[in-house]
Design a protein. Structure first.
Length: 64
């Protein structure tokens, strides 16, 4: 069984660790981009939900 410190040292020295760091950075940039886009789209999404809710309330009152 390999001690944890030795495993981490080997992992950090190999090229795979560099790939992991690069993929993590790319994922973080992608996540920030998604949050930015969702922030820009939030008013229109809120409007769609509000309209849908109003239409459901109206339909429910007609069905009663």
């Amino acid at each position: 069984m390999v001690p944890v410190s030795r495993y981490l040292r080997q992992f950090w020295c190999k090229d795979e660790a560099q790939d992991l760091v690069e993929y993590t950075i790319i994922l973080a940039i992608f996540a920030l981009g998604c949050f930015s886009v969702f922030g820009l789209l939030e008013p229109s999404i809120r409007g769609m939900w509000s309209t849908s809710g109003s239409e459901l309330v109206t339909a429910n009152s007609f069905a009663s």
